[in-house]
Design a protein around this ligand. Structure first.
Ligand code: SAM
Length: 278
């Protein structure tokens, strides 16, 4: 990849995006991060270290992760009127600061892996924006003994984040090659408490139900009843709901200890659609 090509990367934004107005004040910081990434890239290029795929060492990745977490925290403050949270849980931010997001994106996008934006992962799918991953994880309020179901494995990044907070993560992906790649990646990175499956996550994963928390990372036009059934009393589900060509609403669905369902709209978002024959 040439330096020009690295600077010219454009994204297919059929992705998770918070409403533009909510993040505008942090945009300059994004440019700052982008600049830092580009400077690191330029350094490698000029030093002759740049090869076909840019290689950044772990020190650079760690620094970029730290900046990414600062941007997430700033966005949490800016969206607090909608989300009801000024700050995300410290544990969530710590995990976001430790999971190597660059391992979950295609090699040519590694230099921009820590920008606060969704990125394409192939097959028309995306790895979600870091702020959205942090928000959804925070809303799930995962405890160390919890079993969590994820619908939409994608790259495996969200599953890896959850695996650092929960006892076990079950994750389902409908696109076979993505599921296989994510399975191999999670194994290579040592995530032993994540179990993956190829299938339609609309129907959940009965063998492991009920779940303390459920996260759906693709937009459905309704909350799937099987997922409601598979949520424990006292459990929480985060799911984007709305039409595939429109902005959707991120919903927090809670099952009270006596089995009642409450729903709260959190934020307008844009996700790829939940597919399948349901
Ligand atoms: N959580 C992912 C990550 O961390 O990379 C990003 C998920 S991406 C926004 C949504 C994913 O949901 C895609 O990989 C898509 O193939 C998958 N998907 C869509 N419909 C699905 C379904 N019915 N069951 C399981 N996965 C589905």
């Amino acid at each position: 990849m040439s330096l020009t090509a690295a600077a010219d990367i454009r994204y297919d934004l059929t992705n998770t995006v918070p409403p533009p107005g909510d993040i505008a004040p942090v945009k300059d910081r994004h440019h700052h991060i982008h600049l830092k990434t580009s400077v690191a890239w330029l350094f490698l290029f000029l030093s002759g270290a740049a090869v076909a795929e840019p290689v950044l060492d772990e020190t650079v990745h760690a620094a970029l992760r730290k900046t990414m977490v600062a941007v997430i925290a700033a966005n949490a403050g800016l969206t607090s009127a909608k989300t009801g949270k000024k700050e995300f849980d410290r544990r969530v931010l710590e995990v976001m600061g430790s999971v190597p997001r660059h391992e979950f994106v295609p090699p040519h996008l590694r230099p921009v892996a820590y920008q606060n934006r969704p990125l394409p992962i192939g097959y028309g799918q995306t790895i979600s924006q870091p702020y959205i991953v942090a928000l959804m994880t925070d809303l799930l309020d995962v405890e160390p003994g919890d079993t969590v179901l994820e619908v939409g494995t994608g790259s495996g990044y969200q599953a890896a984040v959850l695996a650092n907070l929960a006892k076990q993560v079950l994750t389902i992906e409908i696109i076979k090659p993505l599921a296989e790649q994510a399975t191999a990646r999670l194994r290579r990175l040592g995530y032993r408490n994540v179990k993956t499956r190829i299938g339609d996550g609309y129907y959940g994963w009965k063998e492991y139900a009920p779940f303390d928390a459920i996260i759906v990372t693709a937009a459905a036009d309704h909350v799937p009843p099987p997922l409601i059934q598979q949520l424990k009393p006292g459990g929480r589900m985060v799911i984007p709901v709305g039409g595939r060509f429109f902005t959707q609403q991120l919903l927090l669905v809670e099952k009270t200890p006596d089995g009642k369902i409450t729903t709260r709209q959190i934020l307008p978002v844009r996700f790829v659609p939940l597919t399948g024959k349901h």
